[in-house]
Design a protein around this ligand. Structure first.
Ligand code: NAP
Length: 255
């Protein structure tokens, strides 16, 4: 089936595409006409994403790898981009949390979050940059968190990694602008996925009380903004950090 839609003919790479926000992003980019390179560690979990994208008439290249493994990322991105024929969009969405108060945080808690949530983004962007530079409208979208902007007790490792994405992405925006590649950050607020499903009910209700739009977000709320950033309509937008959080970062209800 030939593609129609705002992203027809484009190829998008999405990390963390097997569930949650990443799966919603992969589905939305495919619905908008893009073929998708879907990455996560579990090959089994990627099968559902692949079926979803192919049901929309688009090609899906499922790649099981750990973004923290720089050599694996370099090899796989080169191979799969050759197979797909081009690369136009990179969405770095894979991420994990290892929460704990600073006093009790182990080196492993710190390193594993920084290795995946920050260094993993570096690995993927480095591997993808040459191919993106050949695209007529290259796009990098890095998924950070509102926690990177405002901090959160018990998440110093996660906040450091997510805030690191701001400077990293703005640097890429400057470095790649001459090649027509834009680079932007999205900061989700509280989104209902596996990452948040295990939180205590009292904590969820407390968070809900801080969201002016009075609901938790869904993966589709983030996917819609990613799709906009990847479209031609956002061609003059680069180096920005966009909260998509129901107003959480501005705090409290206005009335
Ligand atoms: P999720 O439901 O836990 O899904 C995480 C995805 O990332 C899965 O596909 C997972 O698949 C993949 N992944 C994790 N570690 C990986 C690694 N080392 N290499 C490759 N893939 C990896 O999380 P989510 O809630 O959708 O979150 C997606 C992104 O949004 C994350 O960056 C998160 O920090 C950010 N975010 C989420 C929220 C929220 O409220 N949910 C809020 C702000 C920001 P495998 O386990 O198979 O690898």
């Amino acid at each position: 089936m030939s593609a129609t839609g705002t992203l027809a003919g484009r190829v998008a790479l999405v990390t963390g595409a097997s569930r949650g926000i990443g799966r919603a992003i992969a589905a939305r980019l495919a619905a908008d006409g893009a073929d998708v390179i879907a990455i996560a560690r579990s090959a089994d979990a990627l099968a559902a994403t692949k079926a979803d994208i192919e049901a929309r008439g688009r090609r899906c290249f499922a790649v099981a790898l750990d973004v923290a493994d720089g050599a694996a990322v370099t090899e796989a991105v080169k191979r799969v981009v050759e197979e797909a024929g081009r690369l136009d969009i990179v969405v770095n969405n894979a991420g994990v949390t290892r929460d704990g108060l600073l006093m009790r945080m182990s080196d492993d808690d710190w390193n594993s979050v920084l290795d995946i949530d920050l260094k993993g983004v570096f690995h993927v962007c480095r591997a993808a940059s040459r191919a993106l530079a050949k695209s007529p409208a290259g796009r990098i979208v890095n998924i950070s968190s509102i926690v990177g902007m405002i901090g959160n007790a018990g998440q110093s490792n996660y906040a450091a990694a997510k805030a690191g994405l701001f400077g990293f992405t703005r640097s890429l925006a400057k470095e790649l602008a001459g090649r027509r590649v834009t680079a932007n950050v999205i900061c989700p607020g509280f989104i209902e996925t596996d990452m948040t499903s295990g939180l205590p009910e009292a904590m969820k209700q407390q968070s809900l009380g801080q969201i002016p739009l009075r609901r938790f977000g869904a993966g589709e709320d983030i996917a819609g903004v990613v799709a906009f950033l990847c479209s031609d309509a956002a061609g003059y937008l680069t180096g920005t950090v966009i909260p998509v959080d129901g107003g959480l970062a501005i705090g409290g209800f206005g009335g």
